[in-house]
Design a protein around this ligand. Structure first.
Ligand SMILES: Nc1ncnc2c1ncn2[C@@H]1O[C@H](COP(=O)(O)OP(=O)(O)O)[C@@H](O)[C@H]1O
Ligand SMILES: [Mg+2]
Length: 580
């Protein structure tokens, strides 16, 4: 006989055989959302195991209200009831045990057990509280949960109208996230290549600007996926016209004089070089003198080495050259720094003559301190026309300079709101695609300056209204500081066990077991964990409209009836000019 909610079974440490003999196929739903499906057999601090009641058929479906529920489906929810306490748990593993595993004899020969992650408690009024204060004991009854019961929990944040997806088993259940927690406390979108990260980013941003028309999103686009031109030169975007501004990172012209001292070191000095400490010391001195001179023209007398004040790179070169050639005593004695900067000068000279660095080292427009405000306007979407999303296309920027440019963009976002007296009323979000490429985990690399900048945003950004969203397929190569500062994790498919266990250590401890399910996710399917979601949810992300330009190359189509010839001269020309 099937028990329902109405007669709560008394708590028991061991299951009685009458309870076990109840079969699901006798289920008389009675429109009650709570159908008894099994009992707890194991209770640990971080997870439960429940044995399902014996099944007569292979498809254990019970009718819950008007819906059919496949009992024990991964990602579905169950409630555990005991002594008036209801615990909501998520099914994360379905285990079939043969008779030998069981101490008790079974009629069907096999039994099914479910591994459950407890999520929180539901009180009498049906409201949900995250976390478990009082644990059930073994023997506690496990029930199905009805959609109507889940709705208020899932849609706790529905007032924000920021719905990101739906539950595949219950498409009417929208998953709404809390935008302030998600954007304000940073988030990560993790998943292997092709799992749906770029689509998730598009959907997320589209839905954010639809729900919040004064959103300010800066999106670092490494592959030209969010704004692109087709063969005829027509512009396309993953965001509706009027909401987006696409900027070619080279045209944005973030000039060298905006770089911090430590970023300039990254660019100009090889830290592993024997003479690097002398070079660094002299760079500090020379830079300060040059900036000070410019600052006086602006009427500012107190500056730091990092102040965004124009200086001429040619003058910097001259300072180093003079010191390098300096002789005393009428040319008889060599100066203290004589010959110390040979290597530095060669390195700087080669950077200056490398056209790939022109956008950084030879700015055409931004070659005075006054040009900074225009740059910032364009950057945060306050230029003409205004836009909610600024997509900064890094794809035309040479591969090895992208980290430097990304760091600049990150730092500008941070500095902008750091110095903005109304930053709390003008929060911005910096979304970094392929973040591992420029926010590396290892220190001592060429990207130390970049990493420091992004880590600073991760640590301090929330105070100044600068949110960070990092998107990566290689979580263990991304700065640990940045990842661990994220409040919300949207995890798509991850099959690599190392990556899975890395993610497990990042997410809230009680939700760690959920990372075991990541390998089983379909495209665009995600598990969201952390503060931005009302509870950990496995869900399908809505398809973006329009879609980003991230689709896989169709080998079949193009190898079957694709191009027969190509303009190879043009390829060579583009390569030479380093412009795509
Ligand atoms: N939410 C979704 N719904 C349906 N299909 C999706 C969804 N997300 C991704 N896909 C499919 O997966 C493909 C790869 O997605 P993409 O976002 O480019 O992956 P990634 O950025 O992780 O490499 C897309 O071209 C699309 O066909
Ligand atoms: Mg992608």
């Amino acid at each position: 006989m099937l028990q329902t909610d109405k007669t709560e079974p008394k708590a028991a440490q061991t299951m009685s055989s009458t309870e076990l003999s109840a079969t699901l196929d006798n289920a008389q739903p009675d429109n009650d959302p709570n159908v008894l499906i099994g009992h707890l057999t194991q209770v640990r601090g971080d997870g439960f195991e429940a044995r399902l009641l014996p099944l007569d058929s292979d498809s254990p479906v019970v009718k819950v209200g008007d819906h059919e529920v496949l009992v024990g489906q991964l990602g579905s929810y169950v409630s555990i009831k005991q002594n008036g306490i209801r615990t909501l748990a998520l099914v994360f593993q379905d285990i079939e045990k043969s008779e030998a595993d069981n101490s008790e004899p079974r009629s069907a020969g096999k039994s099914r057990s479910l591994a459950l992650i407890p999520l929180g408690e539901i009180d009498e009024k049906g409201s949900f509280q995250r976390g478990i204060r009082s644990y059930p004991t073994t023997g506690a009854a496990v029930y199905t949960v009805g959609v109507d019961e889940l709705k208020p929990i899932f849609m706790k944040f529905r007032g924000y109208r920021f719905n990101l997806g739906y539950i595949p088993t219950h498409p009417s259940l929208a998953v709404s996230l809390d935008p302030s927690a998600l954007f304000g406390r940073h988030f990560a979108i993790l998943g292997q290549s092709g799992s749906g990260k770029s689509w998730a980013v598009s959907s997320l941003v589209q839905r954010a600007i639809a729900a919040m028309p004064n959103a300010h999103v800066i999106l670092l686009d490494l592959h030209g996926e969010y704004c692109w031109k087709d063969d005829q030169g027509n512009a396309h975007s993953a965001f509706k016209p009027g909401t987006v501004r696409a900027i070619d990172a080279r045209e944005l012209e973030i000039p060298y004089w905006l770089m911090t001292f430590s970023e300039l070191i990254d660019l100009l000095i090889d830290r592993s070089d024997d003479g690097s400490s002398t070079q660094i010391a002299f760079l500090r001195e020379a830079l300060y003198v040059l900036k000070k001179k410019s600052a006086l023209k602006l009427g500012i007398d107190n500056i730091s080495i990092d102040s965004p004040i124009y200086f001429s790179l040619a003058d910097l070169y001259k300072s180093f050259k003079n010191a390098n050639e300096q002789r005393g005593d009428f040319g008889k004695k060599q100066g203290a720094l004589f010959g110390q900067f040979d290597e530095f000068l060669v390195k700087l000279q080669s950077k200056l003559s490398d056209t790939r660095y022109d956008f950084l080292l030879k700015p055409k427009h931004r070659n005075n301190s006054e040009s900074l405000s225009g740059l910032l306007r364009d950057f945060v979407g306050l230029g003409k026309p205004k836009s909610q999303v600024t997509v900064i296309d890094l794809s035309p920027v040479p591969f090895d300079v992208r980290p430097g440019v990304s760091a600049q963009i990150g730092r500008l976002a941070f500095e902008f709101n750091y110095w903005n007296p109304r930053n709390r009323e003008f929060p911005i979000l910096l979304l970094c695609e392929e973040a591992h490429a420029y926010i590396p985990r290892e220190s001592g690399s060429q990207y130390d300056g970049t990493r420091k900048t992004m880590e600073r945003i991760a640590k301090e950004g929330r105070k100044y209204g600068v949110g960070l969203g990092v998107v990566t397929q290689r979580p263990h190569e991304l700065s640990e500081t940045v990842l661990s500062q994220c409040g919300t994790y949207i995890c798509l498919r991850i099959t690599n066990p190392d990556d899975q266990s890395y993610v497990r250590d990042l997410v809230p401890e009680s939700e760690g077991d959920l990372t075991n399910t990541l390998a089983a996710l379909g495209r665009g399917e995600a598990v969201v964990m952390g503060e931005g979601a009302p509870l950990p949810i496995r869900f399908q992300i809505y398809r973006p409209d329009p879609e980003p330009n991230s689709s896989d190359v169709d080998y079949h189509k193009h190898w079957k009836d694709g191009l027969e010839d190509l303009d190879v001269e043009n390829i060579v020309d583009l390569w030479r000019r380093q412009g795509r």
